[in-house]
Design a protein around this ligand. Structure first.
Ligand SMILES: [Zn+2]
Length: 198
């Protein structure tokens, strides 16, 4: 049987720092977020699940947290067994990822409401291998990834220094990131050829 425990002491400081530093997350100050560990990771079609983001509403929200009934409530769940094996940098990336699934916005009455959102990019590695950067979201991911790779190659120390890491994700049309990516080939026409970034 899966058992759960609160993960506040380990996860909340990372999440709070990200919400304070990352512009994409700034509205999450209007949400209440609970952090839990499950004892062992679950599998989804053979892949380990690293984290889960849930919105909690209605009766469940009332039962969990009746004082914050007006604030959107979310639960982030992490598998303790895999969390233990991660580096600080991986943990920060994972928490940043799960926070990115959370969104809050004001409704017409000025009340903050929450929702979860999906990934920017959904693709199989094999498809990128066979067909290259064939659609806009995959092209955008490759551009950002190539920028990261180039930064690491330019400055081997960057990976070990938190301060050198960008606190906001580069947008695909960020000129600086493109310059930082020599050798990147993004195919403007998806069917012009096999143009995977090398
Ligand atoms: Zn995700």
């Amino acid at each position: 049987m899966t058992t759960y425990e609160w993960a506040d002491t380990e996860v909340e400081p990372i999440a709070k720092a990200l919400i304070a530093e990352v512009k994409d997350h700034e509205d999450l100050v209007h949400a209440r977020i609970l952090y839990v560990f499950r004892d062992k990771h679950a599998l989804s079609r053979g892949h380990a699940i690293l984290g889960k983001a849930r919105k909690v509403a209605g009766l469940t929200q009332f039962l969990v947290d009746d004082e914050s009934i007006d604030a959107p409530l979310f639960v982030l769940e992490f598998p303790r067994d895999l969390w233990k094996e991660m580096t600080d940098q991986q943990r920060r990336a994972l928490v940043d990822h799960e926070l990115s699934h959370l969104a809050v916005e004001r409704n017409d009455d000025g009340i903050w409401v929450g929702r979860t959102r999906g990934h920017d990019v959904e693709e199989f590695l094999a498809i990128v291998k066979r067909h290259g950067l064939w659609k806009a979201d995959v092209q955008a991911l490759a551009k950002v990834a190539a920028g990261q790779l180039a930064l690491d190659l330019d400055d081997p120390a960057a990976a070990d220094d938190e301060d050198e890491q960008p606190t906001t994700p580069a947008s695909p049309d960020d000129e600086e990131w493109e310059r930082a990516a020599p050798g990147l080939r993004v195919v403007p026409d998806p069917f012009a050829g096999n143009g995977a970034a090398r």
